[in-house]
Write a protein that binds this ligand. Structure first.
Ligand code: 5GP
Length: 184
């Protein structure tokens, strides 16, 4: 049986990757890998939908129990991808979408060498800053930390299969859709 494809969508917070994933999930009949994190939920985020929100202790127990395919610390919080369910879906021939950072993408490539890696980039760091400020979910201090990470990430995107610049959500979604349909 043909295995599913592991599709990694990376990009800084505020770049619109969540919106792009949501638009394409139903269309492409893919399954979304809900990550586990120790960061606090933002307004409107739902446990089990956006993330599984756990304490640091719970996360570290899961690491010890080998529950993660990959995990990373991003801006002071743990984020990880659950192993069992993702591997099952891939083996059942189901395509899996995962929103993970650059480190996570490197690690996923080691486990699934034919994973499709797509990086969603902002048109500029200034535009990203404006989007994060208008989203209003983080303090300016946190926003600046995230912008620093984004600048670093943007220098490391060469190993991605595709980089899509989101200066227009509809156009960026079309581009990601075309890449995925071509690759699967
Ligand atoms: P946010 O706090 O904005 O939801 O996510 C922060 C960063 O963590 C984003 O780059 C996001 O893609 C990444 N991330 C989310 N889930 C995972 C995961 O399971 N593993 C890794 N490595 N990164 C993740």
């Amino acid at each position: 049986m043909k295995k599913g494809k592991f599709i990694v969508i990376s990009g800084p917070s505020g770049v619109g990757k969540g919106t792009i994933c949501n638009r394409l999930l139903n269309e492409l009949n893919a399954w979304y890998s809900v990550s586990t994190t120790t960061r606090a939920p933002r307004d409107g985020e739902i446990n089990g939908v956006n993330y599984f929100f756990v304490t640091k202790e719970e996360f570290e127990n899961k690491i010890k129990e080998g529950e993660f395919l990959e995990y990373n610390i991003y801006n002071g919080n743990y984020y990880g991808t659950s192993k069992e369910i993702v591997v099952d879906k891939i083996n059942e021939g189901i395509n899996v979408f995962s929103e993970i950072d650059v480190n996570g993408a490197h690690n996923i490539k080691k486990v699934f060498p034919d994973a499709l890696l797509i990086y969603i980039a902002p048109p500029s760091i200034e535009v990203l800053k404006e989007r994060l400020i208008s989203r209003g979910t983080e303090s300016i201090e946190k926003i600046n930390q995230r912008l620093e990470i984004a600048e670093k990430e943007l220098k490391e995107v060469d190993f991605y299969d595709y980089v899509v610049i989101n200066d227009d959500l509809d156009k960026a979604t079309d581009e990601v859709r075309n890449i995925i349909t071509k690759e699967i």
